[in-house]
Design a protein around this ligand. Structure first.
Ligand SMILES: *[C@@H]1O[C@H](CO)[C@@H](O)[C@H](O)[C@H]1NC(C)=O
Ligand SMILES: *[C@@H]1O[C@H](CO)[C@@H](O)[C@H](O)[C@H]1NC(C)=O
Ligand SMILES: *[C@@H]1O[C@H](CO)[C@@H](O)[C@H](O)[C@H]1NC(C)=O
Ligand SMILES: *[C@@H]1O[C@H](CO)[C@@H](O)[C@H](O)[C@H]1NC(C)=O
Length: 648
């Protein structure tokens, strides 16, 4: 089992002693591990990997000359050690009776492009080190007995990977997302994960593999909706059968298979769900999918360091392209005065979240530096020129409010990438607390109300005038995932002002994510930019308030009519059909007078008005909320603690 802690050496490329074992030496180690204990030198093919044989007779191996050409074995009968070094280019040991494990040494064969170990009896997991084989183009591990989770380091191979086949093993867990943002795997044509025990939703990342022709996910336990964007790929083969997908089937243009997914719409079950939905206020599987996606990010964090380390190795064929050099610098704000560059670069970090514009880490600083949240923004996502970025971050770093997670500093690396340093909030985010069944009970109405009010105060603070600003302060990305709830149930907003730190193309990505998540005001999703930041925030706040009252995730949900609608539409319908009371979460409904709840609903709907000019401002929202303060304080306290459940 891989440890999920890694050495966060983000910005300096390690020149640590790379061990220079020759490829033939590595093959001896690999041979021993591939043979397994029972093999004991008995594998006939592997017994040819032997110094007494010319290396052209080592079965299953193709070699490269030092100049990068493939060694012509017709004209070579050289034995090792030869005068010129040779490198392993391909290992082809399909159906070769291998019974051992996958050796981590495979990751040290720097010129390996093809690895075929399919149809053997290999056991154990995929070593993280395989992610160092940056030249691998064909990786076939299918039809073995490999198990365990897939390391996210496998996506480090993306620059060159053409084919990845791990079918017919017993891999389990989620499909990891790549550790680095902007990993595109644009060359990947064939992805076969069929017949494993993989589960969870299909990450959005898969739909962005634009070169993919062949996608096989059949015979696993994948769940959640089939991503609509899969239909945009140029696929010639798609097999999603025998999983547990739910929701509607995207408009695929190819012949595809979805048999054996009983919860997909268009099949008998979905109409039943609809009928049930009416009574229960239309809860559906989207919720489960969301909770899963929250947890999915917590899997492996180990691979980032590998990727950076290995790209620093001098012996790589491909040289790193020259990046424009930026001066590295560190700016510190209140609460961060003692941080040093070394603290940040040597912190132990785990990936806790990933968005289109940057990866989020929880990092422990050595000594008594404590815990921090770090957001890494790649150079190609941030606003230019850098001076504009720094003006914005200086302003944001000087904002202090009880309901904002403080920004303690900002580090710029040599390539212009930025690391934002946030204070750490012990606790969960609001999305988890609201939608993870093990935690919902902690949020009775009075508590949700206090959280809503705190969020409103945080926003109102951001919207106040800070004198002559060159940037316009607003949140720009309010959603339940960006609200941390501390141990006293005080909400703290994360990621405020990000829209002012990004370039237009990352802003577009952020807005389209917000639209998918249901928080993006209609004018912004239409124009692909934010015109009035404050009114934009008010819209997102309205959605958040609905989310808390209805106890269901924002975003487009399957309604009882099998169509996708957002929360405001759902409310409008319920009101028209005089079923308003059905839309409230049970933990809200019993706790407050109906008239008060309806006024709150009205307030939220006012915030979600399609026209920005009609929406109230945050100070009006606060005044209205204060008027609707819950009367029963006792409903705030429950003794339910399900922290341990949530770790599963
Ligand atoms: C590469 O090296 C091999 C053997 O060292 C030699 O036979 C071949 O001609 C070389 N090819 C090129 C293109 O230099
Ligand atoms: C599904 O996978 C199991 C092993 O996990 C295998 O025995 C079975 O044949 C597979 N079924 C299909 C339809 O591929
Ligand atoms: C889709 O794939 C087919 C077959 O590989 C190819 O002929 C066609 O040009 C591709 N279309 C696009 C839009 O990539
Ligand atoms: C399949 O998904 C449905 C909801 O969509 C869920 O109720 C059910 O428990 C899932 N079944 C399995 C075996 O995971």
């Amino acid at each position: 089992m891989a440890t999920s802690v890694f050495f966060l050496s983000l910005f300096f490329l390690s020149h640590a002693s790379a061990q220079f074992s020759s490829d033939p030496q590595l093959l001896f180690q690999i041979k021993e591990i591939l043979e397994g204990k029972t093999g004991g030198g008995q594998n006939l093919l592997l017994s040819t990997w032997n110094l007494s044989f010319p290396f052209c007779e080592w079965r299953g191996i193709q070699w490269l000359n030092q100049n990068g050409t493939i060694l012509d074995c017709q004209s070579s009968s050289l034995k090792l050690p030869s005068s010129d070094p040779v490198y392993v280019y391909s290992i082809q040991l399909s159906a070769s009776g291998l019974t051992g494990r996958l050796p981590k040494e495979l990751g040290s064969l720097n010129f390996l492009e093809k690895l075929y170990l399919n149809a053997n009896s290999l056991t154990g997991g995929v070593p993280l080190e395989l992610g160092n084989s940056l030249n691998l183009r064909f990786l076939s591990l299918g039809q073995n007995s490999l198990s365990g989770g897939l390391p996210s380091s496998m996506w480090n191979l993306c620059d060159n990977l053409v084919e990845l086949d791990i079918s017919e093993n017993t891999f389990s867990g989620f499909i990891p997302s790549p550790a680095l943002p902007n990993t595109t795997c644009s060359k990947l044509q064939r992805l076969d994960l069929g017949s494993n025990h993989l589960q969870g939703p299909v990450p959005a990342f898969i739909s962005s593999l634009t070169g993919l022709h062949y996608l096989d996910l059949h015979n696993n336990s994948f769940s959640g909706p089939i991503p609509n964007d899969l239909a945009l790929l140029n696929l010639t083969f798609l097999d999603l059968s025998f999983n547990n997908f739910s929701g509607p089937i995207p408009n695929f243009t190819l012949d595809f298979s979805v048999d054996g997914n009983p919860f997909l719409c268009g099949q008998a079950y979905c109409k039943e769900t609809g009928a049930r939905g009416k009574k229960l206020g239309m809860r559906t599987g989207i919720l489960a999918a969301m909770v899963i996606s929250l947890v999915a990010f917590l899997v492996f964090g180990a691979s980032l360091s590998f990727c950076l380390h290995s790209s620093g190795k001098k012996k790589k064929k491909r040289e790193l392209q020259d990046e424009q050099n930026e001066e590295s610098r560190l700016i510190l704000f209140h609460g961060g005065a003692n941080l040093t560059v070394d603290d940040l670069l040597n912190a132990n970090g785990v990936v806790i979240g990933k968005t289109g514009y940057g990866t989020l880490y929880k990092a422990t600083v050595a000594g008594d530096g404590g815990t921090l949240i770090l957001r890494l923004l790649q150079e190609n996502t941030v606003r230019k020129p850098h001076s504009t970025f720094f003006s914005a971050i200086r302003l944001l770093g000087n904002l202090h409010h009880e309901n904002l997670v403080p920004i303690k500093g900002c580090y710029q690396g040599e390539r212009g990438e930025k690391l934002l340093v946030y204070g750490y909030v012990e606790g969960k985010n609001l999305a988890e607390m609201l939608h993870c069944s093990s935690m919902q009970n902690q949020l009775r109405w009075a508590r949700r109300y206090e959280i809503a009010l705190g969020i409103a105060h945080g926003l109102a603070f951001l919207h106040s005038d800070f004198g002559e600003n060159i940037i316009n302060v607003f949140h720009g990305n309010l959603k339940s995932k960006n609200v941390m709830i501390d141990e006293f149930y005080v909400p703290k907003l994360m990621d405020y002002g990000m829209s002012e730190l990004m370039n237009p193309s990352s802003l577009t990505i952020m807005l389209s994510t917000a639209a998918e998540d249901g928080y993006c005001a209609p004018e912004a999703s239409k124009l692909k930019k934010i015109i009035n930041g404050r009114k934009y925030d008010v819209y997102s706040f309205g959605i958040l308030l609905l989310e808390m009252m209805m106890g269901r995730p924002a975003g487009r949900c399957v309604s009882d009519r099998d169509e996708f609608v957002d929360l405001p539409t759902m409310v409008k319908r319920a009101v028209l059909e005089e079923k308003s009371m059905y839309i409230f979460d049970e933990l809200v409904l019993g706790m407050e007078e109906e008239s008060v709840l309806l006024e709150l609903l009205q307030l939220a709907m006012g915030c979600c008005a399609p026209l920005p000019s009609v929406r109230p401002d945050m100070n009006e929202v606060i005044r209205k909320l204060e008027d609707l303060r819950p009367t029963s304080i006792s409903s705030m306290y429950t003794s339910v603690d399900c922290r341990s459940d949530s770790e599963a």
